[in-house]
Design a protein around this ligand. Structure first.
Ligand code: SAH
Ligand code: SF4
Length: 351
């Protein structure tokens, strides 16, 4: 029988599966706080348990095969999975205004190899859909990056499900990964620091809301009328703007947080003030925050980056009307690590 990937299991599951499961708290501590990725070194747990772990579980199966650093400090990691498919994970560093303070980190994780949704502007979509990531393949992206960067265990980091894939299309595994990330004996990343970004699968948004995990949600809206949205995002045929808005309205959020709406600005398509006015109307009555993203171009793309002045005009208009709106600073563009630029790497162009 092949060994199981240890990162697939929550502390409760290990507790149930192992003979001396009550020590799973220590195991979690070793793996996620000490970054010890072998059982032999876990010297405060019994020899028999270490043997049981080594006989049944493994740390192997996923490895970093490339690491690229951007001028702005973002780092893109390429992971090879056990079946040789690859996914990318991006570590984003935000330098605080006070130079002496340490940077803040956000890890942008992938949830699938490829994506089924097929948005016209997205590079991930070009490769089609390959498969869902397992729980451990999601969890490992964060555990390994923290280890690789030597980040102190208690250092607070943020997670965004904005890498490759549609997280709500891999619902169960993403939810389990969120739970493992949140475990206080492990990575201890509070749900309030985790954000799921979705293209808008309405019933899944409702289902996620019902779980009341305490996480944030970001809706990739991008267009304010169904005609354009359907052209850009075919999923809009199944779940139109109205259905997405009504689903997200039910989503429970922390009283200090806002529902996030991402609006990808594409030259000549949705960069006018008329669209901004419609957006304002659409989000009326919702405690929302709008993130404007400038379209990032990639190989073979038919769209163009908008004029920054137009994007600023949208921001200023929305802010003047009381709708919180920021322009998302694009990170890692020079290494194709920015939003929508990630894709599975094929053998002929890896390393
Ligand atoms: N599938 C999810 C999460 C991954 S995509 C979703 O679509 O929300 C993360 C974000 O990158 C989304 O808001 C997506 O619309 C955006 N994006 C995709 N292609 C892009 C591009 N070429 N330029 C800028 N942002 C892009
Ligand atoms: Fe999938 Fe998101 Fe890309 Fe659309 S934007 S194809 S949902 S990864």
């Amino acid at each position: 029988m092949s060994k199981k990937h240890i990162f697939n299991y929550s502390q409760e599951e290990l507790e149930k599966n192992l003979e001396k499961g009550y020590q799973s708290k220590q195991i979690y501590n070793w793996i996620y706080k000490q970054y010890t990725h072998n059982f032999e070194d876990m010297n405060n747990i019994g020899k028999n348990l270490r043997q049981e772990l080594a006989d049944n579980y493994t740390f192997d199966g996923q490895e970093i095969i490339r690491k690229q650093e951007s001028k702005d400090g973002s780092i893109k990691y390429l992971f090879k999975l056990k079946d040789s498919h690859t996914v990318e994970t991006v570590l984003i560093q935000m330098k605080p205004a006070d130079e002496k303070a340490s940077p803040r980190y956000t890890i942008c994780v992938s949830s699938q190899v490829g994506c089924k949704i097929g948005c016209k502007f997205c590079y991930t979509a070009k490769g089609g859909f390959v498969r869902n990531l397992e729980v451990g393949e999601i969890v490992y992206q964060v555990a390994k990056l923290k280890q690789d960067m030597n980040l102190e265990a208690h250092k607070a980091i943020n997670i965004v499900f904005m890498g490759m894939g549609e997280p709500l299309d891999n619902f169960e595994n993403v939810v389990q990964a969120i739970r493992i990330f949140s475990d206080k004996d492990g990575l201890n990343i509070a749900p309030a620091r985790q954000t799921v970004s979705t293209s808008g699968i309405s019933p899944k948004i409702e289902k996620l809301g019902e779980l009341d995990l305490g996480i944030n949600i970001a809706i990739s809206l991008h267009a304010v009328d169904d005609e354009l949205r359907t052209k850009l995002m075919p999923i809009n045929k199944a779940y139109n703007i109205k259905s997405v808005i009504s689903a997200v309205k039910k989503f429970p959020i922390h009283h200090r947080k806002r529902l996030m709406f991402e609006y990808l600005v594409i030259k000549g398509l949705n960069d006018d003030i008329q669209s901004a006015k419609k957006l304002l109307k659409l989000l009326d009555g919702i405690k929302a925050k709008v993130n404007l993203i400038l379209f990032n171009s990639h190989e073979g793309s038919e769209f163009k980056k908008p004029d920054i002045k137009k994007v600023q005009a949208i921001r200023d208009y929305l802010n003047s009307k009381g709708l919180v709106c920021t322009i998302r600073e694009s990170k890692g563009e020079d290494i194709s690590a920015a939003c929508g630029q990630l894709k599975e790497q094929h053998k002929n162009n890896t390393i």
